[in-house]
Design a protein around this ligand. Structure first.
Ligand code: SF4
Ligand code: SF4
Length: 286
């Protein structure tokens, strides 16, 4: 029995996938070079604090599932769920069974299916990367998507389905492989998911749930795949020199596309960097 008083559905076993709390990132600030008016500075502080608080709150959403045993859903359930999610500004929604292999080692996950949610980071802000304008947008979406993910998780729990929220700032399972399995996009050379809608310019979160999910929709990503394979702009132009020319494939299907420590250093030095989101062509909004 777990500390939540309910059995976890899975406990991560993949030795190659160890969750590292992004401690360095919890000390983020806009940095002395940026001069912001009072209102903007207040807004940034609200998004930053909201992100960190949401990250901790999401870990507690496993509680309150003690009596949730339902799995079957009524016919129009997902239609209504998606309508609700879209009203809360979620842009992309996909479904796939949880892949046990992509759960961080020793972390406990509640719910056998994954609802993958994506929220756009707006191009007019991302095109300013690196800088305060882009950094504020990054944290706006972390916070809003985090809050929305928890709200939708509580909705599923109230309906009787065992469910848990995984915050966009960091969850218990890898979002990329679940987003691709849900046919929301492809894995780009930058190591981020490229969607046809926004390229790499969205944040992802997941709700794990025991509710039965709809079938994954078929989609054709061949143009996007061809473009990314030939492009290589992120490999050449990454601010931190962290994108690997050739990704490293570990056992159990975990693939490393970037040198994490170099990227984090650039994030700390350059207002959350995000330069790769700007230079990736599929990111551009017409
Ligand atoms: S910059 Fe080019 S190579 Fe890198 S992820 Fe985007 S499309 Fe792919
Ligand atoms: S955030 Fe910056 S350092 Fe990290 S991969 Fe993107 S461009 Fe490179």
């Amino acid at each position: 029995m777990s500390d939540a008083g309910i059995e976890p559905t899975y406990t991560g076993k993949n030795e190659n996938l160890v969750f590292i709390v992004p401690k360095e990132l919890f000390s983020m600030s806009l940095g002395p070079a940026e001069v912001l008016d009072r209102e903007t500075a207040k807004l940034f502080s609200k998004y930053l604090r909201g992100t960190f608080k949401g990250f901790e709150q999401a870990r507690k959403t496993k509680y309150g599932n003690e009596n949730n045993k339902k799995t079957e859903v009524p016919t129009d359930f997902w239609e209504k769920f998606e309508k609700k999610a879209k009203e809360l500004d979620v842009d992309l929604i996909g479904y796939t069974p949880v892949n046990e292999n992509y759960i961080f080692k020793d972390l406990k996950v509640y719910g056998k299916n994954a609802i993958v949610l994506g929220m756009e980071m707006k191009w007019d802000k991302i095109k300013e990367a690196p800088g305060a304008v882009c950094e504020i947008e990054v944290f706006r979406v972390y916070k809003i998507l985090g809050d929305v993910t928890m709200e939708l998780t509580e909705f599923l729990k109230e309906q009787g389905y065992k469910s848990e929220a995984h915050h966009p700032f960091g969850g218990k399972l890898l979002y990329g492989p679940h987003a691709t399995a849900a046919n929301l996009g492809i894995m780009g050379r930058i190591g981020l998911i490229l969607s046809p809608e926004f390229g790499p310019r969205q944040r992802w979160s997941i709700i794990t749930t025991d509710a039965e999910i709809p079938e994954t929709k078929e989609r054709d990503f061949s143009d996007l795949k061809d473009f990314c394979e030939k492009c290589g702009a992120c490999v050449r132009e990454c601010k931190g020199g962290s994108v690997l020319e050739t990704p490293i494939e570990k056992e159990n299907g975990v693939i490393t596309h970037i040198d994490r420590s170099k990227c984090i250093q650039s994030i700390l030095d350059n207002n959350y960097c995000s330069y790769c989101l700007r230079i990736c062509m599929p990111s551009r909004s017409s």
